[in-house]
Design a binder for this molecule. Structure first.
Ligand code: PMP
Length: 291
């Protein structure tokens, strides 16, 4: 990734990709004082950009720091960088972190940095697997109790157990892993939210210890627009056998049907397929005339 081309927006300036470097004594690297976003541009527009930038600000506040650029400034930087990179369809990664001015657990006076990178990331899961449904392992790690970790922040530190779970799943031949939470309830995948279908109704876990994804909320709206009932509730793993369809939602994953979770199998049914298509239509920039 450090070999890619173009520019990175780094603390207010556009710098050549290979020059966007930080010191090894960066607090964010040692103590995970970092928050980030993942966004996608379609047809030259970043989908729900301001919602993502607001979440970035909130994520920083939850970790006790204020990002020194306003939401409007960050939106503008993302939009301008997308143009300068020359992409219409791309992935956008803003990240904010505590700098290298102070070492130690406490680093109250350290500088808060912000960088934005944009690259082409066409498909999070292999395209040939996507409409057949991907296979999920069941992770060993649990999403922590919100009293144990700041689970509403898209904080880098919370991804340690996601990377471990995803690596283990890949080593065992799966595309990703389903994570339970500390109560043993179904939570989410390692970088996407999860939905199930039973008897024509959609069920999804209540997001009380993991990210209430922007894609998750978009898909709930799209499902309601089609007249599907959406039930947010606690889901136990012993219910998995009773569901007919399953799919994941996330900015990178978009809407991806799931064919298996460990020993449980699902079909890629009409509701999952409709929501894949509705989401792909929804993310396209709206023509002003059509509004
Ligand atoms: N959960 C986790 C752990 C994630 O990393 C993501 C991706 N940001 C999501 C859920 C989905 O969030 P969104 O739809 O806002 O991308």
């Amino acid at each position: 990734f450090d070999q890619l081309e173009g520019e990175i927006w780094f603390n207010g300036a556009f710098v050549p990709w290979k020059d966007a470097k930080i010191h090894v004594l960066t607090h964010g690297l040692h103590y995970a004082s970092a928050v980030f976003e993942g966004e996608r541009a379609y047809g030259g527009e970043i989908f729900k950009l301001t919602e993502h930038t607001e979440r970035l600000h909130t994520s920083g506040e939850i970790l006790g720091f204020k990002i020194p650029y306003s939401v409007a400034e960050i939106d503008q930087a993302c939009t301008e960088l997308l143009k300068r990179q020359g992409f219409t369809d791309a992935y956008v990664r803003p990240i904010a972190w505590r700098g290298s001015e102070m070492m130690g657990v406490s680093a109250q006076q350290s500088r808060i940095n912000l960088a934005i990178a944009i690259w082409q990331w066409p498909s999070y899961f292999k395209p040939e697997e996507r409409m057949k449904g991907i296979r999920l392992d069941i992770a060993e790690y649990r999403r922590p109790d919100p009293r144990t970790a700041p689970s509403r922040s898209k904080a880098a530190g919370l991804y340690m157990i996601c990377t471990l779970s995803k690596h283990r799943a890949e080593e065992r031949g799966y595309a990703d892993a389903l994570m339970l939470d500390w109560r043993d309830q179904v939570a989410e995948a390692t970088g996407a939210n999860v939905f199930f279908v039973k008897d024509g109704k959609i069920h999804t876990p209540t997001p009380d210890c993991f990210l209430d994804g922007i894609t998750r909320r978009t898909v709930i709206d799209l499902a309601k627009r089609r007249g599907y009932e959406v039930i947010e509730r606690a889901i136990m793993p012993d219910e998995l056998d009773s569901f007919e369809q399953c799919f994941l939602t996330g900015t990178a994953a978009e809407v991806t049907p799931v064919s298996e979770i460990g020993p449980h199998s699902f079909t890629v049914g009409e509701i999952a397929r409709n929501l894949v298509n509705d989401y792909m239509a929804e993310v396209q920039p709206k023509q002003a005339a059509a509004e």
